[in-house]
Ligand binder design. Structure first.
Ligand code: AMP
Length: 215
């Protein structure tokens, strides 16, 4: 069983690392941000409301809505051997609710400085078609075009500088306290997110493998 939470500010590389972990260990990558964006694109009521009132403005979506979505997602069959939560929990209330839903084996906090985060977020682009993410550390071969599927790249509305600043305030106020929360629980590991993607991944794998051998 490999039940992982990736903690850390927006733009620290949680999504990229979650994808790599998912491929290597064969467990699903669950991104609440992606769930919200997909719901908005599909035009569902909850998706549109979440975008207009919350994430489009850099604010967190209320706990009740988010917890329910995650609970439903974790009940799916593909989570039976574990999962990677990327962007959840983001508040102490969500962490408390999660405890009642699932046991967590690893909480990995990927840390980066504010300047790095702002640079990364405002330069981030995503493929409209397949969702692949590009950025300063991983630019596409041809500007504006996805290497994988040839789709057009776009900038997330909430990656524009004004919204990024609000998201960072939300992170400091509501999500950062989770570091202490999980420190007390004893399953928190910290990784320096300013290193290369490969190096961050190597450190994460070391944590996951070492602990697995001990248990
Ligand atoms: P992300 O892609 O993880 O940066 O998430 C994008 C946006 O979705 C966030 O800025 C929030 O508005 C919303 N969101 C994602 N995960 C959560 C969560 N666990 N709790 C509340 N809001 C969330």
């Amino acid at each position: 069983m490999l039940r992982i939470i990736l903690l850390g500010p927006p733009g620290t590389g949680k999504g990229t690392q979650a994808e790599l972990i998912s491929k290597k260990y064969g467990i699903p990558h669950i991104s609440t941000g992606e769930i919200f964006r997909k719901a908005a694109m599909e035009g569902s009521k909850i998706g549109i409301e979440a975008k207009e009132k919350y994430w489009g403005k850099g604010k967190l979506v209320p706990d009740e809505i988010t917890v329910k979505l995650v609970e439903e997602r974790l009940a799916k069959k593909d989570c039976k051997n574990g999962f990677i939560l990327d962007g959840f929990p983001r508040t102490v209330k969500q962490a408390e609710a999660l405890e009642k839903i699932a046991k967590i084996d690893f909480v990995i906090d990927i840390e980066s400085r504010k300047e790095t985060i702002i640079r990364r977020l405002t330069s981030r682009r995503q493929c409209l078609k397949c969702g692949k993410i590009y950025g300063i550390d991983m630019p596409p071969k041809k500007e504006g075009i996805c290497d994988v599927c040839g789709g057009k790249l776009f900038q997330r509305e909430d990656d524009k500088i004004d919204v990024v600043k609000k998201r960072l305030v939300e992170y400091e106020e509501k999500t950062k306290p989770l570091i202490n929360y999980y420190k007390k629980k004893g399953n928190l590991f910290t990784v320096n997110g300013e290193q290369s993607i490969d190096k961050v991944f190597e450190e994460i794998c070391k944590i996951l493998n070492k602990k697995n051998l001990n248990t």
